[in-house]
Every structure is written in C-alpha cells, then in structure tokens.
Design a protein around this ligand. Structure first.
Ligand SMILES: [Zn+2]
Ligand SMILES: [Zn+2]
Length: 357
C-alpha cells in the first residue's frame, strides 16, 4: 500500500454492486505515461454489469468507470503529444499487447489481452481501477485529445457510448450523406447515433418499442422518422428502405423484424448486448443478402477521429450530471432506464476525501 500514487475512489466490494468510498494506489507514472486528474466519468451499462458480476468476471474491489474526461497534470519524459493542462479522455481500454494481429492492423480493441480501464488486468498483473476516482495514470498511446470546444461532462460518454456507434457507422459506410440509417433504441448509445447520423448527412429513423419517445426523437434530436417496432403496419410500410441499422438495445428483442427493414445487401450492426441469445433464422439474412455484424468499442484512432468529428459538429451526449454520493441511486435509476440519456459523475466536484478506506 505504501508505494504508488495515492488515489481516492468509490468501489464495489461484492455482487450487491453497492459502491462506497475506497482508498487505493495507482502505479507511478512511467516515461510514456500521462497522469490525469479526473473531471467527469460517465456511468455505462457495462459498469452496471461488472459491479454486479453479471458477466462472471468481477475482480473485487472494483472502481468502475471507463468514460473518463480529465485534465493532464503531469507527463513522463517520453510523452510527445500531451502536456499539463490538456483536456484528455480515456475509454474502455488503456493498453493492449501491441504485437498481435489486431494490434498490428489498427483494431487493438480486439486484442486478446486488452487491458481494460476498469476490472481488467494490467500488464504487471495488477487489477485496473477505473474513472470513479480522482486520478488516473495511462499510457500515452491510449489517451485521447478531447476538443476544448466540447463541454467535458457531455463529452465523457463519447469515450464509450459514442465510439460504440461511431466506429461501426464508419466501418460499414453508414456515414454517407443521403443514406438511410435506422437506430434501434433511444438510450445512451442510440441518442448519440442519431446525432452522428444527422451530422453525416443521413436520413435517420429511430425504431423504438413504444411511441413514448417519438417527440423527443423527432423534435429534439432531429431524427427524420420514428417507427414503433410493436406496430406491424408501420414496420411493413418501412420494409426494405434502410441501408443500415445500428441496434443499441440491451434487452432481449426480436431481430427478424429489424432485418426486414433493410434494403438488399443492407448492413445491421449489433452494439447492445442482451443476455439472451439473438434469434436468427437463416432466411432472414439469405433473402436480400443481408449482413449482420457485431461491434465492440473501436480503435484508438477511431476514437480520436470520433472526438474530432464531435468537436467539429458540436456533438455531445445528453447528460445528467451527479455527484459521487449519488452514484448508487444513479445505478438503480440506470437499471430501469430512468435517465436521459447518460449519468455523468462530476468527480472533481465531489467530496471523495475524508472517506474511510
Ligand atoms: Zn461502456
Ligand atoms: Zn494485441
């Protein structure tokens, strides 16, 4: 406990997922590291799964958080692209092996020994702790520049939610003006996908299970159309009209009606992770030669490109900023989707000090 950089955060100790104050230490800054004072950190659905051990891989105690925006306070002697005072971000992972096929080809997000920002295993064997804490040390190659023009709280969710939708949109050509994009689900990921789609100059249709979010989608987020997936008539009328679909829904739902919305050769990308298997009869993709892919996060280069694009188009997530002592309530509310659209913790503005270890 003596060595290392002292850090204060909030951690979950067991599968109750209850978060409480936690003192720990981080490894000292190395030559190629950046030390970051955390300003804001988003609360992602992934955090929720991890702290409750729903993915069966919890390494307690866990300091969650991988949608981090902060300010650089110090850099190692080998750091070229960052200096003290820079606004920076850290996302879902903060290191990778750098030598495998994925790393060599610029999609290090699929590296088999990816070092996750939270609840991961660092290259020295230590458990990684995330952004629900005051300070973070990260390798310069995995740190992002956050455009100064973006409000840091609204920028934080871009580091995971934003990347998760932007990356496949670019990869599958769902960023071309005039193309028709369907966005399934209007939550943390979906609302950002709508914003990116509109900024790319696409026609964007939001697909939701209930009509509740219609006005929000059309009037506030600027979507062009709104489809209620439970309404067979509406779905039928829109069949075969979409070039691509980004499915962000993390609760179990049928995908065949969504695939029917695609044009021939259309591309659907799954970015939400329901715990029940997808049901996919082969004919749903054979007829029309439709394609179905998954996507997990995105590369560091994609993430930087996404942030630069967001800066140019003033895209941020819609957030509800809360203090750290509200985090357990926020997690409960997130579980019942009671947030528009992302909770972000004002880490720097929270009293982390004085808490018992
Ligand atoms: Zn996430
Ligand atoms: Zn690798």
């Amino acid at each position: 406990m003596a060595e290392g950089l002292p850090a204060l955060g909030w951690a979950a100790r067991d599968a109750s997922g209850h978060l409480s104050p936690y003192s720990f230490s981080r490894s000292h800054q190395k030559d190629d590291d950046v030390t970051i004072k955390v300003l804001f950190c988003g609360i992602c659905h992934g955090d929720l799964h991890v702290i409750k051990n729903e993915w069966g891989n919890a390494l307690y105690p866990i300091v969650p958080g991988h949608e981090i925006v902060g300010v650089v306070t110090d850099v190692g002697s080998g750091v070229k692209n960052f200096k003290a005072g820079d606004t920076v971000g850290v996302g879902y992972f903060r290191d990778s092996c750098r030598t495998c096929d994925s790393c060599s080809n610029g999609y290090e997000n699929y590296c088999p020994i990816l070092v996750l920002t939270s609840n991961g295993v660092d290259r020295d064997g230590a458990t990684t702790q995330g952004g629900f804490s005051d300070v973070l040390v990260a390798n310069q190659d995995y740190v992002l520049h956050v455009p100064e023009s973006l409000p840091p709280a609204g920028a934080a969710p871009l580091l995971c939610a934003g990347l998760a939708v932007y990356s496949p949109m670019v990869m599958y050509g769902l960023n071309a003006p005039g193309k028709h994009l369907g966005v399934v689900g209007l939550g943390g990921l979906g609302h950002v996908a709508v914003k990116f789609g509109k900024a790319f100059g696409m026609t964007v249709t939001v697909i939701s299970s209930s009509p509740r979010k219609r006005e929000e989608a059309l009037e506030r987020l600027g979507a062009d159309a709104f489809l209620v997936s439970q309404d067979p008539e509406q779905m039928k009328a829109a069949a075969g009209t979409m070039d691509g679909i980004i499915d962000t829904v993390s609760a179990g739902h049928p995908i065949v009606p969504l695939l029917e919305l695609l044009k021939p050769m259309g591309q659907m990308v799954v970015v939400g992770a329901p715990s029940t298997p997808l049901e996919l009869p082969a004919f749903a993709i054979i007829s029309g030669g439709k394609r179905l892919a998954g996507n997990g996060a995105g590369s560091v280069a994609d993430c930087q490109a996404m942030l630069d694009f967001a800066g140019k188009h003033d895209i941020t997530a819609d957030v509800e900023v809360v203090k750290m002592d509200y985090v357990n309530t926020a997690v409960e509310r997130l579980e019942r989707n009671d947030v528009r659209y992302r909770f972000v913790i004002d880490v720097a503005g929270s009293q982390l000090q004085g808490a018992a270890a």
